[in-house]
Write a protein that binds this ligand. Structure first.
Ligand SMILES: [Ca+2]
Length: 492
């Protein structure tokens, strides 16, 4: 290169850098948010390790780059109330929305509870502060097999993948299966002969399954030019029933190697009766326990793979270094623990949820905390991390202190609330870092020491040695909980 051309090059470089040298230091860009909801995912994941030999490599990756809240609980152990509490920040004990309410087509919850009438949805709040908010899959409650029944609020998003009033039902193919009669299985399968409560491999590849397609869409969103900071909500439907994913995910969990949870014969003599005990009886009598466990584990492996695809896409995008990642499940899940199935209890197995939060430059990544958290804490946490005001409707408290110092003690307990089928009055459960206390709608009480009794076999509510613990935790129960609300009378 000639001296002239070299000099000309320097001159161009100098001109280009002048504006940068003289510009005022700009405010740091608002962080993007990758908000991942997983449906019915319990603690059978390697970061929480509540299943022998379980391996979820992509959740391990996420745990390495975030703080794992190992003692996080849903606000209610059912889809609709839990998701509503996350997305509005309003706890069921204040809204009165404790149970699933079906047959909605849009945000009927604004009519279900007067407290929620004008609640600002999390994604809307981010939009109000300059974000583009897009969603896909199951964020609010909806089901694969109930077309048009969804509680999503289409107005709270700039765009939604697919039909915002029916976000997932068309996405999922079903497995082919023989009838129970042909397979020698007795009558009475829970949820009827369609095998929605069942496990079977799909004959299609991943690419034809609902969550894969939702992740494809999310990857496209991450690759697109971003004129504004992005709030990207991705709702994954597996491992929700039916446990139907491609064969290769079943192959990772051979039936002969499947392990079942330990149960005690007389465990429930000192406990509140779970609503799903009849399901357990059918499962055991028809020798379906291992098969259902295999299907659940296969579904977890499938969804772990989808989570990995999201992380890969994030890392390959310009959003990589300035994106908060939060992953949560709407509640835990019983596979026969305490003779119960799915959720709908206030035991740890149904209320404990995976919760991971990565905040760039803030979170002490790779660490775990036993400090109690409730999913209603997410709304204020995300506001604080993004520098947004916290709406007055929010009941939770920011987890920022635990993101910075995972062991920082938290004075508040978790709070999970629910109304059982046979009761009108709400039941409530609280956890501190060690103990769990439940007071049911019929005034029955349970107290468990999760350090010595993680399976919650021994109810110590009447143990004088724990009287002080019980009195302390009882004070954390809501003093004036809202009455349970049903479907609005004049609903469309
Ligand atoms: Ca017991």
């Amino acid at each position: 290169m000639s001296a002239e051309r070299l000099a000309a090059g320097f001159l161009i470089l100098l001109c280009l850098s002048v504006p940068a040298l003289h510009a005022a230091p700009s405010a740091p860009a608002r962080p993007n948010v990758l908000f991942i909801a997983v449906d019915d995912l319990n603690d059978y994941i390697s970061p929480l390790a509540n299943h022998p030999g379980v391996r979820t490599p992509n959740l391990d990756r996420l745990a390495k780059r975030s703080v794992t809240f190992a003692n996080a609980h849903c606000a209610a152990p059912a889809c609709h109330p839990s998701r509503l509490a996350v997305m509005t920040g309003v706890h069921p004990a204040k809204s009165g929305i404790y149970v699933n309410l079906f047959g909605a087509h849009g945000p009927r919850w604004r009519e279900e509870s007067p407290v929620l009438k004008d609640a600002v949805v999390l994604s809307q709040h981010f939009r109000n502060h300059g974000y583009r908010a897009v969603g896909g899959g199951k964020i609010f409650h909806t089901l694969q097999w109930t077309p048009g029944d969804s509680q999503n609020d289409p107005a709270a998003w700039d765009a939604y993948r697919g039909d915002p009033l029916d976000p997932i039902s068309k996405d999922w193919v079903r497995a082919k299966f023989e009838s129970d009669e042909e397979m020698g299985i007795g009558p009475g399968r829970p949820l009827g002969p369609t095998k929605l409560f069942g496990a079977a491999p799909l004959s299609v590849p991943d690419e034809k399954t609902g969550d894969h397609m939702v992740v494809d869409w999310a990857i496209g969103e991450m690759r697109a030019p971003q004129p504004k900071p992005l709030f990207l909500a991705v709702g994954l439907f597996r491992p929700h029933i039916p446990f139907e994913v491609p064969q290769k995910w079943f192959d990772l969990h051979p039936l002969s190697e499947v392990k079942l949870p330990v149960i005690q014969a007389d465990d429930l003599t000192d406990a509140h009766e779970p609503d799903r005990r009849k399901w357990h009886k059918w499962v055991v009598e028809n020798k379906q326990w291992e098969k259902l466990m295999q299907g659940y584990l296969a579904s977890i492996s499938y969804v772990d793979h989808q989570i990995g695809r999201l992380l890969d896409a994030l890392d390959a995008s310009p959003l990589k270094d300035n994106t908060i990642i939060v992953l949560w499940s709407d509640h835990g899940f019983h596979i026969g623990e305490k003779e119960n199935w799915e959720k709908f209890t206030l035991w740890n197995q149904a209320t404990r949820v995976p919760l991971f939060i990565h905040a760039p430059g803030v979170s002490r990544d790779g660490q775990q905390t036993r400090q109690p958290a409730t999913l209603t804490d997410l709304y204020p946490t995300l506001c604080e991390l993004a520098g947004l005001p916290v709406p007055a409707q929010c009941d939770g408290a920011s987890l920022l202190p635990q993101l910075k110092t995972p062991d920082a003690p938290r004075s508040r307990t978790s709070l999970t609330s629910y109304v059982f089928h046979k009761e009108q009055t709400a039941s409530h459960a609280v956890s501190d870092a060690r103990y769990r206390f439940i007071r049911y709608g019929n005034d029955f009480e349970e107290l468990y020491d999760l350090e010595t009794d993680p399976e919650e076999f021994t109810n110590r509510a009447a143990d004088p040695a724990l009287a002080e613990v019980k009195a302390r935790l009882a004070k954390a129960l809501p003093a004036n909980p809202a009455a349970s609300r049903g479907k609005p009378a004049k609903s469309k």
